[in-house]
Design a protein around this ligand. Structure first.
Ligand code: ASP
Length: 285
């Protein structure tokens, strides 16, 4: 057992925030980071902490994940989520998922089950039924302001954690991009793209999935750590690469195996909250 200094970082999605919800979004990120921190304080695992943080954000209708997810072209919610254990490279993901209140929890069950890495749409629901996982009505995931707005909504939520045993975990969950075609799968459930962790660090991305997938943004950012740069520099460098190659907008959060935190965005906003060993809570947007 190593004696690492735990660290947590949470994001609430990259993109413009045009309404006056920034303060509330930051508070939401803080509540999620504290949920993760509480688990770490009780000597809980990075995986449990990352999952708990993302569940808090999935249940907060302000964020584009779980309840409050954006709508696709035919007015339905279809969600993606992934969780990854950087220690053993275990990963579980669900894609184009309907009828599940907390997709990250089902992703965790896919990982624990171990037969597969990603389960999509009907197959993911069949798996949920097989393991007795509760379902919700599709309508309960649609919040009124989303129905009204049925307009551009961006964002994703994510959390990266280093626990006291030196283990890193990442969880990411999203409703995807507004007006997407039914069946569209973004970067979030794809290991190495929107979600990635190994023994060097962990990363959760947000932004245009189609671009993030093309540059394998998550793994690219972690590979930059091997050049000896810190996570802030690695996050910036990978984002510069994404911008140069695709012109897209995105953001990412990272923690390396030393507990150093990094994040970057090329959008106007990306609410983040991080907590480090001295328990100082920092917010940024
Ligand atoms: N990356 C997400 C997706 O493309 C959306 C976002 O983060 O805004 O599904």
């Amino acid at each position: 057992m190593t004696n690492a200094k735990p660290a947590v970082i949470v994001h609430g999605g990259a993109g413009p925030i045009r309404d006056d919800s920034l303060r509330e979004r930051l508070e939401g990120c803080k509540a999620a980071a504290l949920a993760a921190w509480d688990i770490l304080a009780q000597n809980g695992s990075a995986l449990d902490a990352a999952e708990a943080a993302v569940m808090v954000l999935e249940d907060n209708p302000l964020f584009n994940a779980g309840t409050g997810s954006t709508l696709n072209q035919i007015g339905n919610v279809e969600m993606d989520a992934a969780i990854m254990d950087g220690d053993l490279l275990r990963v579980g993901a669900v894609a184009a998922l309907q009828r599940i209140k907390n997709p990250i929890k089902l992703a965790r069950r896919v990982m624990e089950d171990g037969r597969h890495v990603i389960l999509g749409s009907e197959g993911a629901l069949m798996f949920a039924r097989e393991i007795g996982f509760p379902e919700c009505s599709p309508e309960s995931l649609i919040v009124e302001h989303e129905r009204k707005r049925w307009a551009e909504k961006h964002g994703t939520v994510g959390c990266v954690v280093l626990d006291a045993n030196g283990k890193i975990a990442v969880a990411t969950s999203t409703g995807g991009i507004f007006n997407k075609l039914p069946g569209r799968i973004g970067d979030s459930p794809l290991p190495g793209c929107g979600t990635y962790a190994d023994d060097r660090g962990g990363v959760s991305c947000t932004g245009l999935g189609e671009a993030i997938i093309r540059v394998v943004l998550g793994k690219t950012a972690i590979d930059f750590l091997a050049e000896g740069i810190d996570p802030n520099a690695a996050a910036r460098k990978s984002l510069e690469l994404l911008e140069a190659k695709t012109g897209a907008q995105a953001g990412l959060i990272m923690i390396d195996c030393h507990g150093r935190i990094g994040y970057a965005r090329n959008t106007t906003h990306m609410p983040v909250c991080f907590i480090k060993d001295n328990q100082s809570i920092a917010l940024d947007s």
